[in-house]
Ligand binder design. Sequence first.
Ligand code: FES
Ligand code: FES
Length: 186
Amino acid sequence: MPRRRVGGPRSGAAVEAGQETVPVRVKINGVEYSHNVEPRLLLVHYIRDVVGLTGTHVGCDTSHCGACTVLIKGLWGDGWLAVKSCTLLATQADGKEILTIEGLAKNGELHPLQRAFWENHGLQCGFCTPGMIMAALGFLLRNPSPSREEIKWGISGNLCRCTGYVNIIKSIEAAAKEMREKGTAI
Ligand code: FES
Ligand code: FES
């Protein structure tokens, strides 16, 4: 039976008395959530402050860094799409399925992308890593056998302030190979 959580916002996205709210129902990492939120609440703040999944980061106020990237199913077309969750309102994700970095590991096993970042030193401070991995996954779902140039283009919307791009690209190449060999997707 699907797990389900219902409720008002947690403290980080508190709604004041008399304030207008709208209902949002989403499935995140296989769990259904249902809340009443402010109409202007951004999806990234819904995920972090209302649902409490803080692996999705906020690194800018300008939609440039990609630290907030998640996958959403059915937003445009049927498949999964990597989206900067600070560029959407929570209400725009109503009825959709969302995958965040917390939903990648299965049965205690890291996803090939997570393991490849670990094994290839694809992170330094790690702040960009959740968004980088989710962007890479969205990209690899569309292009499972990318060239190095295509990988660079695929993650061009994500910034690493530690500038560890060489090992990030190496990690994505290694993960792509393993995902092809094992037939891993999400
Ligand atoms: S927080 Fe920087 S792009 Fe979303
Ligand atoms: S590893 Fe530090 S921001 Fe990318």
